[in-house]
Design a protein around this ligand. Sequence first.
Ligand SMILES: Cc1cc2nc3c(=O)[nH]c(=O)nc-3n(C[C@H](O)[C@H](O)[C@H](O)COP(=O)(O)O)c2cc1C
Length: 332
Amino acid sequence: MKSVNIGGVTIPGNVALSPMAGVSHVFFRGICREQGASYAPTELVSARSIRYNGLGKSMQYLRIDPEKEGITAIQLFGADPDDFTAAIEKIMEDPLLSKVDIIDINMGCPVPKVVKTGAGSALINEPSKAASIVTACKKALEGLPKKVPVTVKTRIGFNAGDSGRPDLAKALADAGCDMLCVHGRTRPQMYSGLCDRKAIRLMKEAIKGYDIPFFANGDVTDGESALSLIRETGADGIMIGRAARGNPWIFAEVNACLEGREIPPEPSEQERKQMLIREIEGRCRYCDEDIAVREFRSVMPFYVKGIKGAAKLKVRLCSALTVNEIKEILEL
Ligand SMILES: Cc1cc2nc3c(=O)[nH]c(=O)nc-3n(C[C@H](O)[C@H](O)[C@H](O)COP(=O)(O)O)c2cc1C
């Protein structure tokens, strides 16, 4: 695997799990690493909430497991540089969270609730504000015993029809951003339509003169699409989102393809069902079973996709209340 240096932190490969709310649970991130993901940031967590409410409520999303995950990264969102400063201070005071290797800033979230506060993809339209957030994070991380780089994940534009924001990429790099990841869709596209690889490339080329890695993101579903995304954008690495839900094996497949090795066989139906159980049992270690099962409802359908009788299984799984019930439904 091709390792990537992110601001002094070496990640062991160039295929990462893209952060996903409700999906990127700490236990799942560990599973993805086993399958070859180079690293996997947490889902987005509000810097403002950490600032004013402390780590408590956010801990379920912030939790990292350096032993299982290898390189760890926490993704924060917000609009006010002071919120990031305060949030990072609190993170770095915590015995577990202070072990984090990378702080990632979300500048791509298209959800109106986030955008209307000036956070997420709203920052695409405000390159100087976006840069000031990077500067604040870098400053808050100065003087620690270890260097913690700051990365940004964003999109190719805020408005429909935007085809890349090289000005944003440059502003972020000038502010000291240690890695940039760009999803090839605009904010109004959410997750629909095709990824614009030319627009991703434009942003990659904008920071050519800076010695920072660039990741591309969007629509990778297998080895071939990973290979072509890297080729067409010139990216140093990729992040895989939706296709990894219920399918952590995708990392082994993509790594094999990128390295020109034979693609490993697809997991059997039994292996898929067993991995589903492994993930829910793992999630149950972190909260009450009923909560874990309820949260897992959005993920379970992906594990049984393609399995005989999947439609009926999905309906039944989504009304299950306990792990034992899930096992019965899956006949395990
Ligand atoms: C359910 C879901 C939750 C997501 N949550 C986040 C998030 O917390 N932070 C983030 O940067 N992107 C988030 N994304 C965007 C993905 O990380 C990724 O950029 C997007 O899905 C495109 O990549 P893909 O085509 O490989 O899925 C989310 C996407 C989905 C589908």
